[in-house]
Ligand binder design. Structure first.
Ligand code: UT7
Length: 323
């Protein structure tokens, strides 16, 4: 059977780093509160000339370099984002243009923080369906543009950035020992819309709007939802917390990561954590964490890696990859 194998990975971050202490004069908060409640110590914030398209392009170029490929080798770009450059056209098509790609096709996916997990699953199906041989899967966000900078309960939590993977079709025996995307479990439930949403949009207010979140309510659901989809992937594949090599979770809150790993019985040192460096970068958080762990040599060829995310919608999902 055909498997979608990781061929390259890359990331990009805005130049400016904003530390927790930088919020202290803006809203009633403290470095101590932010660090203790979330694990976040800093985040990158995009300048005017840094956009979802420019960060996505930079991450894509880094992933292509890492793969030893050029844009000519790519058939499809799937961009996970909730902060597109424009309402339309899709920012993926803008990235396609920036890369000088005059063939193939590109589109955006919107599943908020779960976007990258949805996008990897989608790219895998395009590859298995024979519509594409090599896909750039990008998560790129500029959440700083949709934050209410006077709301301390949300503005300290998010950051900007991008990460990208190149997936490539490879003939395989179809066993769990083969490299590639092995299994996925995706969910959504719109009854939770009011707990995490943006209060604007083209078809309602005609404005971009600002992020609204009932953090405590999201927290209450997060661990159960995350562990459910991971247990589903464990059941589909026979992989267990013990045989897993790396757990690469969505980076929203260190306490959610720790509680999920504990509930699943995943050893603490298997969890890849970058929330202290990047904050919550929504669809970019999983590929940024993956990129960090691949670059420093933790994640190696053949390792079993579990990706997961949960966010607005609610949406949630998990994907198992043999690197
Ligand atoms: O990526 C999508 C998924 N999103 C998430 O996973 C986020 C999930 N939620 C969370 O991570 C946490 O709920 C938060 C970090 C958002 C909040 O942590 P918490 O431990 O749940 O705190 P809380 O909301 O219960 O608030 C505790 C107190 C409140 O004051 P009172 O009501 O106890 O007087 C808040 O007003 O902390 C206050 N507070 C702050 N204090 C200082 C809220 N934000 C801040 C702040 N600085 N920035």
């Amino acid at each position: 059977m055909i498997r979608s194998v990781v061929r390259g990975i890359g990331s990009a971050l805005p130049r400016r780093i904003m530390k927790n202490a930088d919020f202290e004069g803006m809203v009633e908060t403290s470095d101590e509160w932010i660090a203790q409640r979330t694990g976040i110590r800093q985040r990158h914030i995009a300048a005017d000339d840094e956009t979802t398209a420019s960060l996505g392009e930079a991450a894509a170029r880094a992933a292509l370099d890492n793969a030893g490929l050029t844009p000519d080798d790519i058939d499809l770009i799937v961009l996970a984002t909730s902060t597109p450059n424009n309402t339309f056209p899709a920012t993926a098509v803008e990235i396609q243009n920036r890369l000088g790609m005059r063939h193939g096709f590109a589109f955006d996916m919107q599943a908020v923080c779960s976007g990258f997990v949805y996008a990897v699953t989608t790219a895998d199906l395009y590859i298995k369906g024979g519509l594409a041989r090599r896909v750039l899967v990008i998560g790129s966000e500029t959440f700083s543009r949709i934050l209410d900078w006077t709301d301390r309960s949300t503005c300290v939590l998010f950051g900007d950035g991008a990460g990208a993977l190149v997936l490539e079709a490879e003939e395989s025996a179809g066993t769990i020992a083969d490299r590639g995307v092995l299994a996925a479990s995706l969910r959504s439930d719109g009854t939770h819309k009011d707990k995490l949403y943006v209060d604007g949009g083209p078809s309602t207010t005609g404005t971009v709007g600002h992020l609204k979140m009932e953090g405590r309510e999201v927290f209450k659901h997060a661990v159960g939802m995350i562990t459910d989809v991971i247990e589903d992937v464990f059941a589909q594949t026979g992989v267990s917390a013990d045989t897993l090599d790396w757990f690469v979770p969505h980076q929203a809150n260190k306490r959610i990561i720790d509680a999920s790993a504990k509930k699943l019985g995943i050893a603490e040192d298997k969890a890849v954590v970058t929330v202290h460096l990047h904050g919550n970068t929504s669809a970019a958080s999983v590929p940024l964490a993956l990129s960090a762990a691949a670059a420093d040599g933790r994640i190696k060829k053949g390792d079993l890696v579990m990706l997961e995310a949960m966010g607005g919608g609610f949406t949630w999902g998990a994907v198992l990859v043999r690197w």
